[in-house]
Design a protein around this ligand. Sequence first.
Ligand code: NAP
Length: 490
Amino acid sequence: MSTISESELLAQVPDRMFIGGDWVESTSGRAIEVQDPATGLVIKTIADASVADGTRAMDAAAAAQADWAATPPRVRAEILRRAFDLLQERADEFALLMTLEMGKPLAEARGEVTYGGEFLRWFSEEAVRIGGQYGVNPEGTGRMLVTHLPVGPCFLITPWNFPLAMATRKVAPALAAGCTVVLKPAELTPLTTLYFAKLLEDAGLPKGVLNVITTSTSGEVSGPIIADPRLRKLSFTGSTPVGIRLLKQAADNVLRTSMELGGNAPFLVFEDADLDKAVDGAMLAKFRNIGQACTAANRFIVHASVAEDFAARVTARVRELKVGRGTEDGVTIGPLINEGAVSKADSLVRDAVSRGATVLTGGSAVDGAGTFFEPTVVTGVVPGSDILREEIFGPVLSIVTFTDEADAVTKANDTQYGLVSYAFTQDLARAQRLIESVQTGMIGINVGVVSNAAAPFGGVKQSGLGREGGAEGIMEYLETKYALTPSPGA
Ligand code: NAP
């Protein structure tokens, strides 16, 4: 348990941007007020980047690129490893900071520190394992060499829902690969990123390798960076509509891109499922992060023969959830990020009910300070309801039924998204069929969380392009280069 108070912690978080190894004021003359969504109060005021500040960050990343690429992999690895160790020392501080600016319960924020930290450790190990190939060409006349080189300066854009992990999942592989970075967190949760930049500075990262800009005008500031001919890579995590816009901008500069976009995860419960395990999995897959995860189960697709039992059991568990400020003991559901998120959850529930669904528990916004929504279960959801098509991004569990496996798979795939899916069944052959037939980049069989730094995270369809984590993660930041030499003595 950290002994640091909220005010002491907030006082030691930088309020300026990190550019070229210096903590700098913005030239915009504006400031960003960061709020605690549990109270609506401003907790810190920080720099608000102008277009010129963005260009300055790009200048610094470009200037540092050659030296960082030439830095021995072992040296890059050890900086990342030191960052991992420092994060363990500061774990309680990072956890509290995320709870303050984003709202998640403290225990979950600690979980994010563990998860986010693993990317630093994993990619410190991957930095020294960037391989290549050497071989004889089929004609026997030459030697073919394939090597992997850093892509070059990268622009990394992260969302508000996992303020630390979404940054480490991009920054760690970029740095491990030898790329320099401009990092832009969401306006709603910039403090964790600034504190993370300080940690990397303390870990000995050379000046200019990581640059952080915080801005309330993300489109205006990002445009010139994406158009800058020195930029070689754009990696984005956020919503699908913004991802599509950024892909179009990136096309003009023919940038390498990685896109981790929205989800609409199906959670399938078959008639042979262990329902206790399915309910445990459902609670994790739905209510972790207050339902505000791209991996959050969005549609519970349950066999008609067990739907009533499943709904009753899950409703009993949902009634035990405790809503409140994430810093309070025992709280399991914090606030949603803002009023817009509350209105969206409310309108999705209303639309489902207007078409015939039944609310088993919850269903409304919570009156008073902060942006809270009751943990909710809605059953009997009718096909065509908005709640089945859109990302809920809130603590609302919606149930529809299916009759056989083919029906379940059709319903699971009836979305433009394809990030993750979950399936509960005790039939191994069925599980194997689902792994192949459900159109998602990831699938959890009898588990409610799949994320792991050692695994390739990412989606298909409109959930994105590329993978983060695993052996694939570092390849997103490497170019493949092929060289041909004549055979020896030729
Ligand atoms: P968002 O509105 O798309 O914003 C994401 C980031 O993009 C923020 O930093 C935002 O900055 C920035 N941004 C917005 N418009 C921009 C523009 N025109 N140019 C450059 N940057 C721009 O998404 P969000 O509401 O923060 O996050 C929730 C979404 O992220 C959900 O759809 C969720 O599924 C998805 N997500 C996906 C994954 C994954 O791995 N697939 C992980 C987590 C979240 P400002 O906020 O400052 O405008």
